[in-house]
Design a protein around this ligand. Structure first.
Ligand SMILES: CC(C)(COP(=O)(O)OP(=O)(O)OC[C@H]1O[C@@H](n2cnc3c(N)ncnc32)[C@H](O)[C@@H]1OP(=O)(O)O)[C@@H](O)C(=O)NCCC(=O)NCCS
Length: 136
């Protein structure tokens, strides 16, 4: 587990700076809520990770998905979302992102997530936008 954590910190610039992010990832790994994407040519290389839990009003929720900088725009984020969706048994899957995060907003639109409200006062001047995917 510590080597998994080190590899995830290596691809996540925020985790390299913030203890809170490192603790969050460690906790997600320890309870089996963290999924990773690996390089098909060398499966020891992690390209990104995503977390699925029920921390949003006890609803299925993706709080975090992060790709290595060099792996972006190659479908890795979409692949992780699809894996998290396949792991999710709930009828509604929520996620959220800052209003300023254009790549994530585009990705969510492409994957069929719909706006489901917003939360002010988390990050100053940058509301947290909530999205949901209603699943059949
Ligand atoms: C958001 C993030 C996860 C997207 O991952 P990704 O692997 O690059 O996404 P994909 O390659 O699957 O992109 C799928 C679609 O999303 C949209 N998209 C992704 N990145 C984009 C960008 N920088 N600009 C515009 N559209 C973008 C596009 O529609 C893209 O399809 P296309 O490449 O065919 O045009 C990645 O940019 C990232 O890790 N960002 C930093 C962490 C973060 O902000 N996480 C989200 C909040 S928790």
């Amino acid at each position: 587990m510590s080597s998994d954590l080190d590899s995830l910190i290596d691809l996540d610039a925020i985790a390299q700076q913030e203890l809170r992010r490192r603790e969050f990832i460690a906790q997600a790994i320890s309870v089996g809520q963290c999924w990773v994407a690996v390089d098909a040519r060398d499966t020891s290389v992690l390209l990104g990770y995503g977390v699925l839990n029920d921390s949003f009003f006890e609803q299925a929720f993706i709080p975090l998905i992060v790709e290595r900088d060099s792996a972006r725009r190659r479908g890795v984020g979409s692949a992780i979302f699809h894996e998290l969706e396949s792991q999710c048994e709930a009828a509604k899957l929520f996620t959220s992102t800052n209003a300023s995060n254009a790549p994530m907003r585009k990705l969510l639109g492409k994957l069929g997530f719909s706006p489901s409200g917003q939360i002010e006062n988390l990050d100053e001047g940058d509301p947290e936008l909530v999205f949901v995917k209603l699943r059949s």
